[in-house]
Design a binder for this molecule. Structure first.
Ligand SMILES: Cc1cc2nc3c(=O)[nH]c(=O)nc-3n(C[C@H](O)[C@H](O)[C@H](O)COP(=O)(O)O)c2cc1C
Ligand code: SF4
Length: 553
């Protein structure tokens, strides 16, 4: 069934994209008023009401229950650990009735805390006076300020941008070369995907290049939903051309003519800045038909998400662009064979694409000299508000984690653990930090996960039981619902912890929770249900004394 829907959606294509029109209807009329538009789109596309209404019900920003909310508070892990949201909520209650205050998950203002979205703009770290001024006059400081530090000589991903002419010189040169020589550079570079799984980039690109089909796509996964991560946000807002260049190289290599950036709606500035950068490329003659007389045709467009964490999972993301409910698809077939509209597609993370400039400029072998033999290249890490100098840090893969913490001046509050890699990343107690280097192998060997490398600090004052309840809650809220180990398991886990916290006579059976976590880990369809047991097991292992009162035996 969903295959037929993909074909129907293909008829609308990326130009008259169905999902984009659903979101546009909500932007124009408000989510309560989109029923007629969604019905019309269902008729026009031949999807029918059940499919289109089912799809819109999956997104926070399209849900009728959020229609009358005027202001949205961030409820991501970094703001939770910053301890800022209760007071902010209280301050906002002076201006809005409770039913007008909504929640939103992670605005990427983790370096400051106290984050919220108001009238389509993001704010963080405002004083109560500044909040009052914003609400009463509509005027407020929404600028996003954080440190950007490179530990690399010379800087790569954070290097200053000079001009389109200079920056795209390696791409222009590429257009005159043959694709096999790029294949060798990609392989030599050893670049592995930065979205979390660390999959070798050249395999993916090669597979799409060799896949049969005249229509192929390049998709940039810019749905950075991990609370604590604002790496992709930084790249899109401060180095947008690094991302676009990487997508153009992928298009040329694989024979795709269309690139789509799926950017989360929680990042309105990223959407705007990427669109401006695309316009700049058109003006420079670097997009369109027969680019610089090379015979290569390529267009880029951005599609704004609508508030669903699962859209970061690549197959759910593709279903979302197609206007279907964002449910995870079984693999194989992998997206390189059957991706967007069931056509061969390369899906890569923002940061993965951003590395292409360095690979083209210095060559794959030189690139591979940065980092470790298995985890090559530079890596960006985002640090939250508990650091003395929160921000984006660029290091070579393999850099000791302790060195990154020292670069940021250490912590300004008492911290007991850090969670790296989003809600599915490991919870690393401070005692283990010195054992870790920033690369996939080191984290895996020690029983953690580097993931995308957003860092959330868990302060001494945050009860670990509350933090693991938050992780179960997050998974229960964001589960796509396709498989029951995740859908039910996350809810049962949340209930068990809530019960133990609310009733001191109730203790959680350790065998029961271990079975629950093992079942989720081993039988969930994707790494949401399959991944959340890792940090919870880390917490149970390293914080057993603190958690003891909630467990039997
Ligand atoms: C629940 C879940 C959420 C994910 N969120 C993201 C995300 O926000 N951004 C991202 O690039 N990859 C995310 N991924 C990984 C993607 O599925 C996919 O592996 C990635 O986009 C591939 O790009 P890469 O090879 O460049 O890493 C997520 C995976 C899962 C299971
Ligand atoms: S693990 Fe969760 S998010 Fe992933 S497919 Fe199953 S229900 Fe969906």
């Amino acid at each position: 069934m969903s295959k037929n829907l993909s074909q129907l959606s293909f008829r609308q294509g990326t130009e008259k994209n169905l999902f984009e029109r659903m979101v546009a209807a909500a932007d124009a009329k408000g989510t309560a008023e989109i029923h007629d538009d969604v019905h019309r789109l269902g008729q026009e596309s031949l999807f029918g009401d059940a499919i289109t209404l089912g799809a819109v019900s999956a997104y926070d920003f399209l849900k009728a229950e959020n229609a009358h909310k005027k202001i949205f508070l961030c409820n991501g892990s970094a703001c939770l650990c910053a301890g800022t949201q209760e007071k902010l909520h209280h301050d906002l209650e002076q201006h809005f009735p409770a039913e007008e205050i909504g929640h939103i998950c992670c605005l990427g203002r983790c370096h400051e805390g106290a984050a919220f979205q108001y009238q389509g703009k993001n704010y963080s770290g405002l004083s109560p006076e500044a909040v009052n001024q914003l609400i009463s006059s509509g005027q407020g400081d929404s600028e996003d300020r954080y440190a950007v530090v490179s530990h690399l000589q010379p800087a790569q991903l954070t290097a200053p941008f000079s001009s389109i002419d200079a920056y795209y010189a390696p791409f222009k040169k590429l257009l005159t070369q043959d694709r096999d020589s790029l294949a060798a550079e990609l392989k030599d570079s050893g670049l592995r995907g930065r979205g979390g799984a660390g999959f070798p980039m050249h395999f993916k690109w090669q597979s799409c290049r060799e896949a049969p089909g005249s229509v192929k796509y390049i998709v940039c996964n810019a749905d950075e939903g991990d609370p604590g991560a604002y790496i992709d946000k930084y790249l899109m807002e401060q180095r947008p051309h690094s991302v676009l260049l990487g997508m153009m190289v992928a298009g040329w290599y694989a024979g795709a003519e269309t690139g789509v950036l799926y950017i989360r709606a929680e990042y309105p500035d990223s959407v705007r800045i990427i669109n401006e950068a695309i316009e700049e490329l058109h003006a420079a003659g670097l997009l369109g038909s027969n680019i610089l007389g090379s015979g290569f045709n390529f267009t880029l467009k951005s599609i704004k998400g609508a508030g669903a964490y699962i859209c970061g999972e690549e197959t759910a993301l593709l279903a979302s662009i197609e206007g279907q409910r964002p449910e995870v698809r079984t693999r194989p077939p992998f997206p390189t064979i059957e991706g967007l509209f069931r056509r061969p597609t390369i899906v890569n993370n923002v940061e993965t694409f951003a590395n292409l400039h360095a690979i083209l400029s210095m060559g794959g072998k030189e690139f591979a000299k940065i980092g470790t033999p298995q985890s090559t290249g530079p890596k960006l890490i985002s640090l939250d508000s508990h650091f003395v100098k929160p921000g984006i840090y660029e290091v070579a893969m393999g850099t000791p984690l302790g060195e990154v913490i020292a670069l940021a001046g250490g912590f300004k509050t008492a911290i007991k653990a850090i969670q790296i890699g989003g809600p599915l990343g490991g919870i690393v107690p401070l005692s283990q930090v010195d054992q870790l280097t920033v690369d996939f192998e080191s984290f895996k060997k020690a029983g953690f996960l580097l993931g995308h490398a957003g860092v959330v600090s868990i302060p001494e004052s945050m009860p670990m039981i509350e933090y693991i309840q938050h992780l179960f809650q997050f998974t229960a809220d964001e589960s796509c619902g396709k498989c029951f180990p995740c859908r039910l398991g996350s809810t049962r886990g949340k209930e068990l912890i809530a019960k133990a916290r609310g009733d001191s006579s109730y203790k959680i059976d350790r065998e029961l929770i271990t079975d629950l976590l093992d079942t989720m880990e081993q039988t969930s369809l994707c790494a949401l249900g399959g991944g959340v047991p890792l940090p919870i097991k880390n917490a149970l292992q390293y914080f057993s004394a603190e958690l003891e009162p909630y467990f039997k035996n």
